[in-house]
Design a protein around this ligand. Structure first.
Ligand code: GDP
Ligand code: MG
Length: 193
């Protein structure tokens, strides 16, 4: 994929704030600090289009980006950050479910998982919503560079078993080495077209 332009469009918390439904859209979802912003920036060959942070999860906004005037990327708020106030945690579910259930141009969701962590209740809930609303999803295992090859294989299989998916459905990714970048683009392209 040749990225000619990648621009922040706007942030939104509710449908009346979303940009108009014109371009096919791919959303990105994952636990706070999982590496979601880094994965998006890696796909777009940008260092800091999407802010990466060491104090994650404080803002619960849906961020829209226009790519090549041809499609949109949507950075969904991260979930599961312990230090976020309960009032903020409570907004995550309705905000994300409203987006998933109303957005007509949404073609699919990239789910970002940390290769070192077995998926939990939040991931199961998210996958349940996606299945319920018939939204295709792409599963990625990021921060692969943090593990040795042997441990990568072990965790890859363990996560696949937990999610009851074929290991081939899980794309190993690293924002550091760019491992998996082409594989994610392949699947994103299939959903956009
Ligand atoms: N080693 C390594 N670190 C990563 C990777 N992806 C993200 N990080 C680091 O993890 C932290 C959180 O990343 P960020 O993209 O902001 O996560 P987000 O909260 O999910 O958007 C940052 O310090 C990143 O540099 C990766 O693939 N490998
Ligand atoms: Mg982020």
């Amino acid at each position: 994929m040749i990225i000619k332009s990648a621009e922040f469009v706007k942030s939104a918390v509710k449908p009346s704030h979303y940009p108009s439904e014109e371009l096919p859209e791919i959303a990105f979802a994952g636990r706070s600090n999982v590496g979601k912003s880094s994965l998006i920036n890696t796909l777009l060959n940008r260092k800091r289009l999407v802010k990466t942070s060491s104090t994650p999860g404080r803002t619960q906004l849906i961020n829209f980006f226009n790519i090549n005037n041809a499609f949109s990327f949507v950075d969904l708020p991260g979930y599961g950050y312990a230090k976020v106030p309960d009032s903020v945690k409570k907004t995550w579910g309705p905000m994300v479910e409203t987006f998933l259930s109303t957005r007509k141009t949404l073609k699919g969701v990239v789910i970002i998982l940390d290769i070192r962590r077995i998926p939990g209740i939040e991931e199961f809930n998210l996958i349940d919503w996606l299945n319920y609303y018939h939204i295709p999803f792409i599963l990625t295992l990021t921060k692969a560079d943090k593990l040795s090859k042997t441990k990568q294989v072990k965790q890859h299989l363990a996560v696949a078993r937990t999610l009851a998916v074929d290991p081939k459905e899980l794309i190993l990714f690293s924002a550091k080495s760019r491992l998996g970048k082409a594989a994610v683009w392949d699947k994103v392209n299939q959903l956009i077209h």
